[in-house]
Design a protein around this ligand. Structure first.
Ligand code: HEC
Length: 198
């Protein structure tokens, strides 16, 4: 029952999310383990993948709009107030619990728990090996990678470089314990963690 099922089905990569935006389709098929016995009562990996994609889409489109309206500082305020309520709205819609969590979190409410940290470690190792991580179903939880693109670095990049000083100051005032800077592109920013029976 502890089997990890990797869904190779047109693997997707949640490139963005949070405040974020695009998604990349990986066509290559990787190892797939067939689960021993699937319960019909719970949504399967394909459905859960769509939930994560919908949350990503919702956050990404709004983030993009806020950046266009008033730059990253304006968008920061938006994410600060709305990121969690937006993912919660998708959770409610599908009666699951969708979270975005990270090992290097900005909002302490998004800190990964030990099971999530284990997935993060696995995904990072895959990226380091040049493999795109995929959605994964384990112990009634679905996980999907959140990978950075250039747009993310406006708020998650290196201070003084991609991350403007002004934006960084605002981040620090909103999140005094922020750990989520210093990222480059194509790095694991965090994961979607969906609890199937919340
Ligand atoms: C306009 C600034 C901004 C941009 C651009 C941005 N983020 Fe964020 N991000 C934030 C803020 C602010 C939070 C904290 C939200 C909260 O309080 O829930 C956050 C939180 C997150 C989280 C949740 C974990 C945590 O650290 O709290 C993830 C994952 C994340 N961002 C990924 C991304 C990715 C991937 C991109 C690019 C596709 C991106 N972000 C672009 C501002 C931004």
């Amino acid at each position: 029952m502890n089997k990890v099922t990797i869904f190779a089905v047109g693997a997707f990569i949640v490139t963005a999310l949070s405040c974020q935006k695009e998604q990349t389709n990986v066509t290559e098929n990787t190892t797939t383990e067939i689960p021993a016995g699937k319960s019909e009562a719970i949504p399967d990996g394909e459905i859960l993948k769509n939930y994560a994609a919908e949350a990503q889409q919702l956050l990404g489109s709004q983030l993009k709009q806020k950046i266009a309206e008033g730059g990253p500082e304006n968008a920061l305020q938006f994410c600060n107030i709305n990121a969690i309520p937006l993912t919660d709205s998708i959770s409610k819609k599908y009666s699951v619990s969708i979270k975005r969590v990270s090992d290097k979190y900005r909002n302490p409410d998004n800190a990964a728990n030990p099971a999530e940290l284990a997935v993060i470690t696995t995904y990072k190792a895959m990226l380091a090996a040049g493999k795109m991580p995929e959605g994964l179903l384990k112990d009634n939880h679905y996980y999907a990678p959140i990978v950075t693109n250039a747009m993310c670095l406006q708020c998650h990049g290196t201070p003084g470089k991609e991350l403007a000083e002004k934006t960084h100051l605002k981040i620090k005032s909103l999140y005094p314990q922020d750990k989520a800077t210093g990222y480059g592109v194509d790095e694991l920013r965090g994961i979607f963690s969906i609890a199937i029976n919340p």
